[in-house]
Design a protein. Structure first.
Length: 428
């Protein structure tokens, strides 16, 4: 609904408020992006302490399923922050077109990285499609977003599991590392991205919706004090959801027999396994169950609240010291893509083949696999992230891929007719 009241609003959120944070940035969000990225790096290249026994590194296991969920929630936050000006000066449709363009740029980047056949599962294609769906919900009222989130958390995991069963692929995944070559089978690619891949967009929409709600709360902060208060409430809310998930998971475990509990403790495929309703009660990372979503959403919201709060107490000197960390958080797409390229090219250099082309015999003939899991290789990837962050801070510029995504988004926003400024409009 458009009316003539002063200020631009989305369901009561004043978009014209100006924060008193340095550089109009929320430093805590940059810190959260850095945590998400280095967490994903840990699960990619330092997950196993012993490959033969499958023993996991405790530090890395803490990030399993949580780092990527935090990354997705931050995507929803970024959607609100990146469209704020367009909603103020252009129109809702221009803002939606911007998100479609940004999503297309992310998809193109992900499809290109997929050609390297890296050992990790690249999230960017799923991430870009997520932007397309969230563009539709950009100006939904808070209550509609909350209702959509609840429906996704409790209903969509069942649907995704059923799609896998009905499609005949059973308990396997599709579109694990989608590339341009996967368009040879567009149905499998589409089904994998939406339902049967390791990051199914239908389920991961829950993270994006939560992120949009957080973003709306954050843009409503007029001052550092208000931002601090919002951060505390976010941390408390996230902790409450997390504890609720833990309590529900404990109740499920206590109610199940030892055999049933062991049955649902299986390797994840991004959605609940088909074959028994008990799989819908799983709590493991990337199982895509309602309990998994509650646990990871709670963890992500708590982390964002704590880090945004921490960012509000950082002085200028502390921010300079943390410059490489903050810079890496300002260029998450560039850092993430550089990490994928670095790891994929290292595997090619060491083995002579992309990881996706290695056979069991190839792997068995290799005497050392430090490039699959080792603290040293993880440290090298973190150093790479910090180097990129240092350059970003020194040049005071966006990362190159962030600039690319922004450019594509702006070009997409300009496709439609130019609308007059709506600084005096209200969007509901």
């Amino acid at each position: 609904m458009i009316d003539g009241t002063s200020g631009a609003h989305i369901d009561g959120t004043d978009l014209t408020r100006v924060r008193e944070t340095p550089g109009a940035r929320i430093v805590g969000l940059d810190l959260a992006r850095f945590v998400a990225i280095v967490g994903m790096m840990a699960t990619h290249v330092w997950f196993y302490a012993d490959l033969d026994t499958g023993e996991r590194v405790g530090f890395s296991a803490l990030f399993d399923g949580r780092a990527s969920a935090l990354f997705a929630v931050l995507a929803g936050v970024g959607i609100i922050l990146s469209t704020r000006t367009t909603l103020l000066t252009r129109s809702r449709m221009a803002a939606r077109r911007m998100l479609v363009g940004r999503g297309a740029a992310l998809i193109a980047t992900g499809l290109t990285l997929g050609l390297l056949q890296p050992p990790m599962l690249v999230i960017l294609v799923y991430y870009g499609v997520l932007f397309w769906f969230l563009a539709l919900a950009l100006t939904w009222p808070h209550r509609a977003l909350i209702a959509a989130g609840v429906i996704i958390v409790f209903a969509v995991p069942v649907l995704a599991s059923a799609v896998g069963l009905w499609s005949g692929i059973g308990n396997t995944t599709e579109a694990d590392n989608p590339s341009w070559l996967d368009f040879a089978d567009p149905l499998a690619l589409l089904r994998g991205v939406l339902f049967t891949g390791i990051y199914p967009v239908s389920i991961w929409l829950a993270y994006g919706v939560v992120g949009m709600l957080i973003g709306r709360a954050l843009v409503g902060a007029r001052s550092r004090k208000e931002l601090r208060s919002i951060a505390i409430r976010l941390g408390a809310t996230g902790a409450g959801v997390w504890l609720l998930g833990l309590a529900a998971a404990a109740a499920v475990q206590n109610a199940l027999s030892v055999a049933d509990a062991a049955m649902i403790d299986v390797d994840a495929i991004g959605r609940p396994f088909a074959g028994s309703w008990l799989f819908l009660l799983g709590t493991g990372p990337h199982t895509g169950t309602s309990l998994d979503l509650l646990l990871t959403i709670g963890c992500a919201v708590t982390a964002i609240g704590v880090l945004v709060l921490f960012g509000t107490v950082l002085g200028a000197r502390a921010q300079r010291i943390l410059g490489p960390v903050i810079g890496a958080g300002r260029a998450p797409l560039t850092v993430y893509s550089a990490h994928v390229i670095f790891v994929a090219c290292t595997v090619i250099f060491v083995t002579g083949k992309p990881y996706g082309a290695l056979t069991a015999g190839d792997l068995g003939a290799i005497s050392t696999t430090w490039w699959i899991s080792s603290a040293e290789f993880y440290a090298a990837n973190v150093v790479l992230a910090l180097l990129i962050g240092t350059v970003v801070v020194l040049l005071s510029r966006r990362g190159p891929l962030e600039a690319f995504v922004t450019w594509v988004g702006r070009r997409a926003a300009d496709i439609g007719p130019l609308a007059p400024s709506r600084t005096g409009s209200q969007v509901r």
